[in-house]
Ligand binder design. Structure first.
Ligand SMILES: O=C(O)C(=O)C[C@]1(C(=O)O)C=C[C@@H](O)C=C1
Length: 377
C-alpha cells in the first residue's frame, strides 16, 4: 500500500465492515431460503415464483431510487440473489407434483439429458428406471410398472426406439419424448402406442446447473389429463412451460436451431479460410463483436454429430437451408454490382419487418455487452 493509499484507511475499514455485514445478511437470507424450500416440498409449490420476483423487483427498484442508488444496478443485484436462492433450492430435493411417487422410465439414460433428468426425477421422489442400448433386455420386467416413459436418444434414432419401446408398454403408460422436433416423433408415438402421448422439448443443454427459468415446450399428442402431472412437475422444478402446437413449434425451430446453427458453421468455416487466428480477432474486437464471436464459438466446443443431427433433422429443415442459400445468391448481386442503394432498401425493409423488436434487441444486447465487458474485457 502506498503512503497516499494509507490515507484511505478509515474509509476502507468501514467499507470492509459493510461488506462483511452484507455477507452476514445474505447468509441469514440463505438460511430462510432453506425453510422456504422445505415448505415448498411439503405444499407442492414451484421453486420459481415469477409474480413474487416481479413484485419484489419493482419494489426494490423503487426503494433503491429513494436511497439515491441506481435502480438498474439494484435490479441486477436482487436478481443475482434470487437466482442463487433458486439454485440452492434446486440443490438436493424438489417438490413433487403427485401425492404418490410415479414410476418413470428414461430411455437413453446414459446420455447427457438422460442423466440430468434421472437425477431430477429422483430428487423429486419418483422411482426412476434406466434403459439404454446396453440393458434393453431389462425392459420386459420394468414395463408393467411404468406411469411414464421418456425417450431421450439422438434425433436420428428416435423413431426406431419409439417403435421398439411402445409395444412393451401398458395402455395407461404416458409415452413421451425429448426430441428437438415435435411433429414427426408425436406422429410415430401415436401410431405405435394407443395410450397417452406427450411430446416434450426441454430447451436447454445437459450442462445447466438447475432447471429454474429454463423453457420446456409441451405438445399433447393424446389424452391431456393423463400427462398433466408431468407438465405440473416441470413447473414445480421452476421451468417455464409453453404448451404448443407441434407444427408451430417445428416451424419456429427450423429457424432457431436449423438456420442459426448452419449460419454459425458458415461463419466459422469462412473464418477458417480467412487465415487469421481467433485470438487475433478477439484482440481487435469491440465488445459487441466479441459477443457475436462467443455465440458462434460456443457451438464448436460441442459435439459435431449433435449439431449435424439438429441441422439436418428432416427434409423440411434442409429445404429451408436451401432457400436460405438461394436467398444469399440474390443478395450476392448487390455486392457484385456495388449496389449501396439496394443494400439500404433491403436493410430498411428488414427494419420494418423487425418493428419494435429491433429496439428491444438493441437494449437487451446492450445489457449483455455491458456485463460481458465488465467480466471479461
Ligand atoms: O418467495 C419464494 O417463493 C422464494 O422461493 C424466495 C425467492 C427469493 O429468494 O426471494 C426465490 C425464488 C422465487 O422465485 C421467489 C423468491
Amino acid at each position: 500500500m502506498t503512503k497516499d493509499e494509507k490515507k484511505l484507511g478509515p474509509q476502507r475499514s468501514r467499507i470492509d465492515e459493510i461488506d462483511r455485514q452484507l455477507l452476514d445478511l445474505l447468509s441469514e437470507r440463505s438460511s430462510i431460503v432453506h425453510e422456504v424450500i422445505e415448505k415448498k416440498i411439503r405444499n407442492q409449490l414451484p421453486i420459481f415464483a415469477p409474480k413474487r420476483e416481479d413484485d419484489k423487483t419493482d419494489k426494490f427498484r423503487q426503494m433503491a431510487g429513494e436511497r439515491g442508488l441506481d435502480p438498474d444496478w439494484a435490479e441486477d443485484f436482487l436478481r443475482m440473489i434470487m437466482a442463487s436462492s433458486r439454485a440452492s433450492q434446486s440443490s438436493s430435493q424438489f417438490p413433487r407434483a403427485t401425492e404418490e411417487p410415479k414410476h418413470v422410465l428414461i430411455v437413453g439414460a446414459r446420455g447427457g439429458m438422460g442423466r440430468l433428468y434421472t437425477r431430477i426425477f429422483e430428487q423429486s421422489g419418483h422411482t426412476v428406471y434406466k434403459i439404454d442400448k446396453h440393458n434393453w433386455y431389462e425392459l420386459e420386467e420394468m414395463a408393467p410398472k411404468l406411469d411414464l416413459a421418456i425417450v431421450t436418444v439422438p434425433i436420428n434414432v428416435t423413431a426406431d426406439v419409439i417403435r421398439r419401446l411402445a409395444p412393451k408398454l401398458n395402455k395407461g403408460t404416458v409415452l413421451a419424448d425429448f426430441t428437438s422436433n415435435k411433429t414427426d416423433p408425436i406422429e410415430v408415438m401415436k401410431e405405435a402406442h394407443s395410450g397417452p402421448v406427450l411430446g416434450l422439448h426441454p430447451m436447454h443443454g445437459p450442462d445447466v446447473n438447475n432447471l429454474s427459468k429454463q423453457l420446456m415446450v409441451a405438445c399433447v399428442g393424446r389424452d391431456e389429463a393423463a400427462s398433466a402431472w408431468m407438465v405440473e412437475q416441470a413447473r414445480l422444478w421452476g421451468m417455464r412451460v409453453i404448451e404448443a402446437d407441434p407444427q408451430k413449434h417445428d416451424h419456429v425451430m427450423h429457424l432457431v436451431q436449423g438456420l442459426r446453427h448452419f449460419v454459425a458453421l458458415l461463419h466459422g468455416s469462412f473464418m477458417k479460410t480467412y487465415d487469421l487466428d481467433p485470438r487475433d480477432i478477439l484482440e481487435y474486437s469491440s465488445p459487441i463483436y466479441r459477443g457475436e464471436l462467443m455465440m458462434t464459438g460456443r457451438i464448436f466446443a460441442q459435439s459435431a454429430e449433435l449439431y449435424a443431427d439438429i441441422v439436418f433433422a428432416n427434409e423440411e429443415r434442409r429445404q429451408l437451408l436451401l432457400n436460405f442459400i438461394e436467398h444469399n445468391d440474390r443478395l450476392t448481386r448487390m455486392v457484385k454490382e456495388d449496389d449501396k442503394e439496394g443494400f439500404i432498401k433491403e436493410f430498411e425493409a428488414v427494419t420494418d419487418f423487425f418493428g419494435s423488436f429491433a429496439n428491444q434487441a438493441l437494449e437487451e444486447s446492450g445489457y449483455l455487452i455491458d456485463r460481458l465487458t465488465d467480466r471479461f474485457a
